[in-house]
Design a protein around this ligand. Structure first.
Ligand SMILES: [Zn+2]
Length: 164
């Protein structure tokens, strides 16, 4: 897991911009709704489908009409995370990379990072952390993510705070 601090900050910043959009819809607290993706990309269709287990989701970008498919077999938290991961790819338009190339692997990490930043906005996360006394299971429920994702975000923010 290596992602440069610059990439990290850039991704956090991109997530902040989406939060500003959320504010225009009067959403100021978790969980971050996945409908924000469609508000920002009206030409996108999102579909829950039954797919082979090894696939959690993917997207096809297109100028006038993009599609995102999500595997209905996965949990609510996993699907939300994947939706925002795919949203990153659609926003950044670098879907052609193979995961086997260094550049492709970096994009995958950034997409995961972006999903975490967006589903668990730093300011909101800190607030809930204080309210719950750092109860990661409660926090995961509040944000509509897996316990693992909430745990990673907590570690991540600790790192972020130390650097700032
Ligand atoms: Zn990806």
């Amino acid at each position: 897991m290596s992602i440069s601090l610059d990439d990290y900050l850039e991704t956090e910043e991109q997530a902040e911009k989406v939060l500003n959009v959320l504010a225009t819809y009067n959403v100021y607290k978790p969980p971050v709704p996945t409908w924000i993706i469609q508000r920002m990309m009206p030409y996108l269709t999102m579909e829950l489908k039954s797919m082979p287990e090894e696939v959690i989701g993917f997207s096809f970008p297109n100028k006038d009409k993009s599609h995102m498919l999500l595997n209905e077999k996965y949990s609510y938290g996993a699907l939300r995370f994947t939706a925002f991961h795919e949203f990153y790819h659609l926003l950044n338009g670098k879907l052609g990379y193979s995961k086997d190339t260094p550049q492709g692997a970096a994009e995958e990490k950034k997409a995961d990072f972006f999903a975490a930043c967006l589903l668990m906005p730093a300011r909101w996360f800190r607030k809930e952390w204080e309210k719950t006394g750092g109860d990661i299971e409660k926090i995961a429920k509040i944000f509509g993510v897996s316990v693992l994702a909430a745990h990673m975000r907590a570690l991540n923010l600790e790192h972020y705070l130390r650097k700032n």
